[in-house]
Design a protein around this ligand. Structure first.
Ligand code: PLP
Length: 356
């Protein structure tokens, strides 16, 4: 691919921006005016273009629909205090997309196509980046098998698409979660570490069952009798035990969350001890009983941190004390937000700035 990627832009003549109330942005509802599309065929990725967001036409025999060869990323761009826009951790998201694509047997996307594509698309729809506190522009790059064929096997054709949409702040209602001891999300040697579509299809049913039983989410385990904790819903999970931040170590059953990595870095710099190690539901139970489990929270791009109030372990509820502004998970979130919006120096070089 050429080194300075020129991406043609076909602008919409009918912007939908005026129909959006930036003060009320339910997650996943609004989609910005434009999308980027690039095709893979004849053994290579073709030149991308930016088009008005709109429907695709696809054959019913398209491979992704049948055999799940489909991966995605979830990331965000922020309005900074000076009016510029920052995209958070582009490279880390690219690296993860590559890992997912490799696991799903897809031809890797050139780094430049991902990076320049996102930057250009965010620049074109910069007016869609909200400035309200806690709001952001959600970015959804994804790749799927687009070949028309129903014989199982890696596709010879793919589509890479990015669309974006403004999202509002996440108001944390402390969660009530259940340590899931029947269903599992991922198994050793499987695709748990890949951000592939099927991982989401697979968790809908156990999550719905947990909701029917009065829980908000599921705490996934490794399925062993030890019930080692892995993730919380579709987020990574962290525990504050005394003054130590504990989170399960990365493996092929745990998604390598960018928020997880960022918050571990920040926590360390705030002087907290950080441990990436296995933690079983039984250790959690003991920590509750000794009153040393101070906080539990999910971490991910959508919510940043989602505090957990109650954990249901083998038939019994255990609760942490109430959360407030000073809670550790809220401090972490504040610090991360300050870096992303330019209120604090970006000492880790996490922001890619798009000039206004
Ligand atoms: C995307 C995802 C996460 C969180 O990753 P972030 O990069 O922090 O958004 C955690 N677990 C699963 C299963 C995911 O799909």
């Amino acid at each position: 691919m050429i080194s300075t990627l020129e991406i043609p832009v076909h602008k919409t003549t009918k912007s939908r921006l005026a129909q959006v109330d930036m003060n009320h942005l339910p997650f996943g509802k609004y989609i910005s005016d434009h999308m980027l599309v690039a095709d893979y065929r004849d053994g290579e990725w073709q030149a991308p273009e930016i088009l008005p967001y709109g429907d695709l036409s696809m054959p019913p025999a398209m491979l992704a629909l049948h055999y799940g060869q489909s991966v995605f990323e979830g990331m965000k761009a922020f309005r900074m205090a000076d009016g510029n826009v920052s995209i958070f951790r582009l490279e880390k998201h690219y690296d993860r997309l590559c890992k997912s694509m490799e696991r799903l047997c897809m031809p890797l996307l050139p780094q430049e196509l991902f990076m320049e594509g996102l930057k250009k698309l965010v620049e074109v729809d910069a007016d869609w980046v909200p400035s309200q506190e806690g709001s952001s522009l959600y970015l959804r790059p994804f790749v799927f098998a687009s070949e028309e064929r129903y014989g199982v096997g890696p596709s010879n054709e793919y589509k890479f698409i990015i669309f974006t949409g403004p999202v509002g702040p996440y108001y944390p209602q402390p969660l009530r979660v259940k340590v899931e001891d029947h269903y599992i999300r991922a198994a050793r040697g499987g695709v748990g570490y890949a951000k592939c579509a099927g991982n989401y299809g697979g968790v809908l049913y156990p999550t719905q069952k947990a909701k029917e039983a009065g829980f908000d989410q599921v705490l996934w385990t490794d399925g062993s009798p030890e019930l080692n904790i892995e993730e919380s819903g579709t987020m990574n999970v962290m525990f504050l035990i005394n003054n130590t931040l504990v989170t399960p170590p990365l493996s092929d059953t745990i998604l390598d969350g960018v928020t997880r990595d960022s918050l571990l870095t920040i926590a360390q710099d705030l002087g907290y001890q950080v441990e990436e190690r296995s933690i079983s539901a039984f250790e959690l139970k003991e920590a509750f009983e000794q009153d040393i489990l101070k906080e539990a929270f999910g971490v991910g791009t959508a919510a940043v941190t989602a505090p957990i109030q109650t954990i249901h372990i083998k038939g019994k509820d255990y609760s942490v004390s109430d959360y407030n502004e000073q809670s550790f998970c809220n401090q972490l979130k504040k610090r991360l937000t300050a870096i992303r919006t330019g209120m604090e120096k970006d000492v880790y070089f996490w922001n890619t700035i798009i000039q206004k």
